[in-house]
Structures are given as C-alpha cells and as structure tokens.
Design a protein around this ligand. Structure first.
Ligand SMILES: [Zn+2]
Length: 88
C-alpha cells in the first residue's frame, strides 16, 4: 500500500526514508523512479516497482499558501503560472 502525501509542500518528504511493503527496500524519494499521473506523482520501488509514495499535485490554493510562507519552489511555480496563458 503506497503512502499518499496530499500536501506537496510539506518539508522533507523527498529525503524521508520509506520502506517498500513488498520487498522491504528502504530509501528516499530521490532514489525512486517517478511516474507522472494526472492527479499525482507516483514514486516506485527501484527494486521491485511496487508503488511506495503518491504525491498529490498541489492545488493553486496550496501553492499560494506555501508561496506566502516563503517556500522557494512554490514562489517559482506561481511565477510560472503567472507567465502562462489563461485557460479561458
Ligand atoms: Zn520493493
């Protein structure tokens, strides 16, 4: 069963140690191959490909809140959004 993280901007999740429920591999998200899905980023076990971590894409409200708290990545994302053409 994969761990779901519903706030992308929680500090430290990339460096936390996770254990694969299937083969007991241990490591951080930096060591796991990532698959991008529509609603989330999925990190798989590098040893047996079992999904270990699901990181839900941040909502605009989460990006704005994190940017307001000074999260550098959120500020960068807001800048990208501001530069993108409006969908409507
Ligand atoms: Zn595994």
């Amino acid at each position: 069963m994969a761990v779901t993280l519903d706030n992308y901007f929680v500090p430290g999740w990339r460096d936390a140690t996770y254990t694969c429920a299937a083969c007991e591999w241990q490591g951080s998200a930096r060591q796991m191959p990532m698959e991008l899905h529509e609603d989330e980023a999925q990190f798989d076990c590098p040893q047996c490909e079992n999904p270990i971590l699901l990181v839900v894409h941040p909502s605009l409200a989460q990006v704005q809140a994190a940017a307001a708290e000074g999260h550098p990545e959120a500020i960068e994302q807001l800048d990208i959004l501001a530069a993108a053409p409006r969908p409507d």
